[in-house]
Design a protein around this ligand. Sequence first.
Ligand code: MEV
Length: 420
Amino acid sequence: MKSSQYSGFFKLSVDERMKEVAEFTGITEEEQQILRDANSLDMDKADHMIENVIGRFSLPLAVAINFTINGKDVLIPMVSEEPSVVAACTNAAKMARASGGFTTQSLGTVMISQIQLLNVPAPFAAKNRILEHREEIIKRCNEKDPTLVKFGGGARDVEVRVIDSIVGPMVIVHLLVDTLDAMGANAVNTMAEAVAPYLEEITGGTAELRILSNLADHRLVTARATFKKDVIGGEEVVDKMINAYAFAAADPYRAATNNKGIMNGVIPVVLATGNDTRAIESGAHSYAARSGRYTSLTTWEKDANGDLIGVIEMPMAVGLVGGATKIHPAAGVAVKMLGVSTAAELAQIIAAVGLANNMAAMKALATEGIQRGHMSLHARNLANTVGARGDIADQIVKIMIEEKKVNAEYAKELFEKLGK
Ligand code: MEV
């Protein structure tokens, strides 16, 4: 079996890293070129993706190493502007390897589409009538997307809620639609618009909004990993990390930052694979607030051996068909790198990366603090920027960190001295 574990990967040149990735993932020379080329998305495609296009915008594409997920090693493409994120999850993934890596599950690929019915006489009786017509509603939805049905997806169920609001009661219908490997926004919005007139007929109300919900709680994904106490610095570190988690679980101010750290891992993979980052963000945060109080998307516990176990559970509405995933050439290569054939597999990998980033942040915060790691990466960036490479760059980083003097002028001064 191929191993995603490398030592000193960060010290390789960009070309050397690409060579390793190509060997592992089997991406062709042409596909490698697509990843290298900031302009792989041609102007014509870009111009058809959004409106008023005047150019393109590129960000670094990196690879997270060391991940074992459900017994299989994987190299994970990540697009981010933030230093430390890739290093952090790579580190956590390495620690998780000692106990088998990450175990993940997809709890479904069902999206919710909402139809808002206003001015409904006798809303509770209307709810009852809608449910009596459940089969017909499902049939009408499925007529709108024979392709989805052919592949085994389609509308599955109907739920009805009567909610109170400042303009009075409203009847909210949820269409539950299995969108399989599509993110599904188009499919479920089309269905909602198609059945709205029928729901008006049944209820005597007026259909207003017809749109998916990003609180995709029928499209949850989970990941779990154990971190052996000896690998992470002893039982004291485990206890400190559980205290850190308890803080996030109890306090929305801390939970927001804790979850931001999770999204540090999630969003770069969502972006690299051409998926909708805002849908994932809104799903994550609304799910984190589902009890009425915003809390952590992860839980952390100590097991019988005194080791640390983390679990993440969150909505993950990503797709492999449609959208930018199919249009953006680099997104297609990113999907190939992951070797996934279903959206559910992609969603599980993303959850594992989120859990890894959360673990790394909590460990740093609970022990040495976040700045030390950030500073050494910042120092490395500065050394690189002034032109230092290899051993010289290592020396510059070491000196700047030891002397706690991490700035561009000093990096330049050191390079002038050591480079000669
Ligand atoms: C920084 O981008 C993310 C952290 O703030 C996350 C956290 O506090 O858990 C380090």
